[in-house]
Each structure stands twice: as structure tokens, then as C-alpha cells.
Write a new protein. Structure first.
Length: 198
């Protein structure tokens, strides 16, 4: 599927598209480009090791119950960030969210963009809210989620916090909306179940 080029708030260009199986190498190389702080925030471990099992879990994307949106550099050669959700088996209208942006690209609006796109995609599949497990001190992720709406703390334990936030009717740029529409059709998902993203 053809990626959509988006200009971030600092004027830099990125390419956004749904995950493809060939992105495994991008994921692995991106993992080793994360700083220790970013890696700790994402995996809640001081020295995480990217095992084969972890790669499988992160890349077993069916574009319905598990969706992933990737951001690439303007040439499409390097992975800059990824957002994905995994639907809850017990609560089909809820999905766990994870979002990672390479350190050099943090603070440019890429995390916000990925959150908007994955939120719109989730709504197409009937998902109404996200949960996320994060470090209690991770203000960056908490601030991102605050942009969606009121964040409710579900559980707090040993420096981590489990939160839930409703997904609003998210409006995205027309070209991204078209990409999501094609993605839903191409991968056999829903044709749109709510909001401006359909």
C-alpha cells in the first residue's frame, strides 16, 4: 500500500502507512536505535532484549484485532516510529495501545500524528477506548493520551500505571483518511464504524 507523506510541525517530512511483514527489519533496527531511557519507557525494563518471541508478538498484525501504523523517513528507508493496538479478548471494544518514536524524532509532533492515525483506525474496527501500561513518570505518553480525552487510572503499582481513555471521533487529514479507508478495505476490516475517520 502506498504511504502518505505528511509534513510535521517542524517542517520535516515523514511517510505513514500500515504495517507490512517486510517491516520486521525496520522494527529490529529501530529497537537498537532507542536510547536506554526510551527503551525503558517502552518495555518497562532497564535492559530489554529483543527476543524472537517479542518480535513475533509485535509483528503478528492482522489489521483488525492487532493493527500497527509505521512512520518512515521521507525516503522510506528508516523506521521512525510505530503505534499499534491489540484488542482485548474479554472486552472487544477495548484495545491496549503502545507507541514508540525514535529519540531523534521525539518532540516534532510524530507521536501525536501516530496516535491520531491509530485512533482513527481503531474506531474503524469498533474499538471505543484504549488502555496503556506505562511508567508513572512517563509524562510524555500521559500528555499524548490527554489529547484524546480524560485519562482514567485503572491501577497503579510499583512505579507503573495502567490507564484507560475513550477514543473520540478523531479527524485526520483527507489523505490519511483515504489511506485508512483503503487499508480497511484491503485487509478485510470494517468499512468504518464511527466518526470522521471513516
Amino acid at each position: 500500500m502506498k504511504p502518505v507523506t505528511v509534513v510535521l510541525r517542524d517542517g520535516s517530512r515523514v511517510r505513514i502507512r500500515p504495517w507490512k511483514p517486510s517491516d520486521r527489519e525496520l522494527l529490529v533496527s529501530g529497537f537498537y536505535r532507542l536510547s536506554p531511557t526510551s527503551s525503558y519507557r517502552r518495555f518497562l525494563s532497564a535492559s530489554p532484549v529483543l527476543t524472537g518471541e517479542m518480535v513475533h508478538v509485535l509483528t503478528d498484525v492482522d489489521h483488525r484485532d492487532h493493527e500497527a501504523i509505521v512512520a518512515l523517513d521521507k525516503h522510506g528507508k528508516k523506521g521512525l516510529g510505530i503505534a499499534h493496538y491489540v484488542r482485548s479478548l474479554e472486552r472487544p471494544g477495548v484495545a491496549e495501545l503502545a507507541l514508540t518514536v525514535i529519540d531523534d524524532w521525539q518532540g516534532r509532533g510524530l507521536g501525536t500524528l501516530l496516535l491520531e492515525v491509530i485512533s482513527a483506525r481503531a474506531r474503524q474496527e469498533g474499538i471505543k477506548s484504549f488502555t496503556a501500561l506505562m511508567l508513572a513518570e512517563n509524562r510524555t505518553m500521559r500528555d499524548l493520551l490527554d489529547r484524546l480525552g480524560r485519562v482514567r487510572v485503572i491501577d497503579e503499582e510499583r512505579g507503573t500505571v495502567d490507564v484507560e481513555v475513550a477514543i473520540p471521533d478523531v479527524g485526520v487529514a483527507p489523505e490519511l483518511r483515504e489511506m485508512l479507508r483503503i487499508s480497511a478495505r484491503h485487509y478485510g476490516g470494517s468499512s468504518g464504524t464511527g466518526g470522521q475517520d471513516s
